[in-house]
Design a protein around this ligand. Structure first.
Ligand SMILES: NC(=O)c1ccc[n+]([C@@H]2O[C@H](COP(=O)([O-])OP(=O)(O)OC[C@H]3O[C@@H](n4cnc5c(N)ncnc54)[C@H](OP(=O)(O)O)[C@@H]3O)[C@@H](O)[C@H]2O)c1
Length: 320
């Protein structure tokens, strides 16, 4: 698999198989980081309203366009609808805010971030307040996903977004969506790394013409401050199997983890604040893993999820 993009259903738009992820990119360094990411070759930018840095992501994009490094149409910009904006009346204002913050006239791919409808809250102040004040009750809102999806589709019809998709959904949710969708999801974004390979989910979702994007390709590293599980798990970037494959190919462990995903036709969106790592993460198409490497990595699957609502103390086992 040496193609550097996949073709999305309905629009036939090409989505790069590697992009730059914006979660935890500090506001004060974000504009420069995104500008640098584009300068070194990233063409897909994976943003989200809840990352609270869309303004700065937009500034980085604007500078790259102004300097002639890329045109808008060369970029594939992804952003996501947060949980507190699922209500049919809140989808359009949330999208318009993302467009304004990113300073763009359209989004290439707009995702529903989680299939969790929470009561409306101002995303700048209360996006991560999952509970009703003073209680352990989640503020679940009676917003059926079907109504949220209709609004996503309306955004396509109004040319504000080109493709729409979902994140953190399982087979049951997508199966239901396919019964009512006018436009089926273009992609599903999921946690995916050798400890959580999700082979059955991926096989079925792809069979429906829906592409997969992996997040947290390096496994526990981005969850160290949020999860005991992550702290107690052998880092993938330092795992003996990954290290031996990396040294065999003269590559870094990061490159092996990313190559493994794209070789499965799964897009990746690594985040790095370090220019050398940012550049090296792009080198996933000039070489490949062999059958022996793939078999060794296949053996590492232990179904271990780090972005787990339960591990964060939320009373909802979303992925069960
Ligand atoms: N849909 C969702 O619910 C969801 C959830 C999580 C993430 N995401 C998306 O997925 C993106 C990526 O996932 P992630 O943020 O969890 O992180 P990730 O890309 O798996 O890992 C980022 C971490 O790895 C380090 N790193 C990056 N490249 C490296 C390399 N080659 N060697 C060693 N260390 C390296 C980074 O440190 P340095 O910065 O110091 O290099 C950072 O600590 C996010 O930014 C976001 O866009 C989506």
């Amino acid at each position: 698999m040496n193609q550097d993009h996949v073709v999305l259903n309905r629009t036939n738009q090409k989505m790069p198989l590697i992009g730059y992820g914006c979660w935890k990119v500090d506001k004060d360094q974000c504009a420069d980081t995104i500008y640098n990411a584009i300068k070194v070759g990233y063409r897909l930018i994976d943003s989200a309203a809840v990352y609270a840095n869309e303004v700065e992501v937009g500034q980085g994009i604007e500078r790259a366009i102004k300097e002639g490094i890329v045109k808008r149409e060369d970029l594939f910009v992804v952003t996501k609808l947060w949980n507190t904006c699922h209500h049919k009346d809140n989808v359009r204002p949330a999208l318009q805010k993302s467009l304004k913050d990113l300073n763009l006239s359209y989004i290439d791919l707009y995702l529903i971030h989680f299939p969790i409808p929470l009561a409306y809250a101002d995303i700048q102040k209360h996006a991560l307040d999952w509970f009703e004040p003073g209680t352990q009750n989640m503020k679940i809102e009676r917003s059926p996903l079907q109504e949220t999806w209709r609004e996503m589709e309306r955004a396509v019809d109004d040319k504000l977004v080109r493709n729409i998709g979902v994140s953190n959904c399982n087979v049951q949710t997508i199966l239901d969506m396919l019964t009512y969708a006018k436009y089926k999801p273009a992609t599903l974004q999921i946690e995916h790394h050798p400890y959580l390979q999700q082979n059955r989910l991926i096989k079925w979702v792809k069979s429906q013409g829906i592409h997969i994007t992996a997040y947290s390709s390096f496994g526990p590293i981005s969850y160290l401050e949020m999860s005991e599980q992550a702290k107690n798990t052998k880092p993938l970037l330092d795992h003996d199997v990954i290290k031996s494959i990396a040294s065999k190919h003269g590559k870094t462990t990061g490159q092996v983890l990313l190559r493994w995903a794209v070789q499965r036709d799964v897009a990746v969106i690594p985040k790095s604040m370090n220019m050398d790592r940012m550049k090296s993460n792009l080198d996933v198409f000039s070489w490949s893993l062999d059958d022996d490497d793939l078999a060794k990595i296949a053996d590492m699957d232990i179904g271990l999820r780090f972005n787990d609502t339960v591990a964060y103390g939320l009373p909802i086992p979303l992925f069960d």
